[in-house]
Design a protein around this ligand. Sequence first.
Ligand code: MG
Length: 340
Amino acid sequence: MPHRLSFRRYRLPFRAAVRTAHGVWAEREGVIVRLESEGGAVGWGEAAPLAEFGTETADEVEAACRGAGEGLAAETLTALPRRLLCLRSALAAALAGLEGSGAVGHRPSRYLPVAALLPAGRAALVQIPPKAEAGFRTFKWKVGAGDAADELALLDDVCAALPTGSKLRLDANGAWDRRRAELWLERCAERPVEFIEQPIAAEAKGAEDLLLGLAADYPTPLALDESLVGGDAVDHWLGLGWPGIFVLKPSLLGGAAESLARLEKAASDRVVFSSALETAVGARAALRTAFAWPGKTRALGFGVWPLFADGRFDGPASAPFIRSEDVDRINPEAIWTALA
Ligand code: MG
């Protein structure tokens, strides 16, 4: 029996522009989808594309939703082009919601740690004390966004500002070449660096060999993020025997349940769940995946809220922990209404 599909597109300005090695983002575009079964059950999903990561665009999501028409059979999901990763993620979440399998209440751990997000450059130093005071013990610092020599010189100041026992993650967003990455890896070796995220761009020439080589040559673990768009990419890196961390943005995986199951078997303690700067609708689905994960759960990359200029689209405000109750309390209907 087909479900009734409706959708609303959004374009939401961020509260403050987000600055990474990909550039400066001022707003987020995406599509909220709503599925209603014949019996009146409702499921929600969000397609939050990041075309610069290699997903489809918001225009493509909208066109595919229009093309699907009013009625969506469950089989339509498998028939959608695999390229439409974000729409597939959205529809998989909405279908799970219809089947009532979305809630996280079954997991024994009721809360998960969150990494504090530090801005690029010297501004990080100002933000560490209040975040440490709030209780954060994992910190993620954006690098590769400013002058490379200045950033490297700041590393010791950043490490010194952290509370004892803290872990630091560095996220280069693919900004470095081999030489730059080696300089950082040498410097990080005796510092409390949990991992360096995406030192080399996913699309750089020879990126695979370079990343595997660097991972083998230095003690600080490397993490893949931009390299892991879609379940096929997860499978690919599993096949290569990637020894490092897998940063998963569930919104960009295309609802890849089989790939996640394989990852769970091979590397369940090397996974970090992370935000794709989606609204609370997509974040709810992503966090549910994180709460259902059976392996060791590393601090979540969800220290992003408040994120939007209009706070109605945010998830729970950044705290050192996210509770499963807060995830279940997210109300997609309110976001849907706010977009009317
Ligand atoms: Mg990243």
